[in-house]
Write a new protein. Structure first.
Length: 139
């Protein structure tokens, strides 16, 4: 594709303005995230200055959202929800299974780009992700 854009060539702001997790998933099933059903996600996006609550988050934003969610239902606007106690207690126990993708292949794609050059290298990638995990005490 001539108009192909690699994520590694975009800023975080560009990624979070262009790619909203809404639309059609791989199976072809329509998917719409109803913002009215998740006021906590809408409030978090507003606090973060993110264009939409359903953009791809950074690892830090993912961790921050869980804390925001806990506070929202424990003592914030969601505390009057009949299920608030269950919601914040469950969220406080969340654990993460972070799966990352790098392609080590050195052959070329249909555009002549080497697969292993479509993302940043494994060492800076690992340092960045592990640094966020460690700085949040999530290792």
């Amino acid at each position: 594709m001539a108009d192909e854009v690699l994520i590694k060539d975009l800023t975080l702001r560009q990624v979070q303005q262009r790619f909203v997790c809404d639309g059609v998933i791989r199976t072809g099933t329509p998917q719409t995230n109803d913002r009215a059903l998740s006021p906590v996600a809408v409030a978090f996006a507003k606090q973060q200055g993110v264009a939409d609550p359903y953009v791809a988050p950074t690892t830090q934003q993912l961790f921050d959202f869980v804390n925001f969610y806990v506070d929202w239902y424990r003592s914030g606007p969601g505390s009057s929800d009949p299920k608030a106690s269950v919601l914040w207690h469950n969220a406080a126990r969340v654990r993460f299974n972070i799966e990352t993708k790098l392609n080590p292949r050195s052959d070329r794609d249909d555009h002549g780009n080497r697969f292993n050059q479509r993302t940043i290298g494994p060492v800076p990638f690992t340092r960045k992700v592990a640094g966020v995990i460690e700085s949040n005490g999530m290792q």
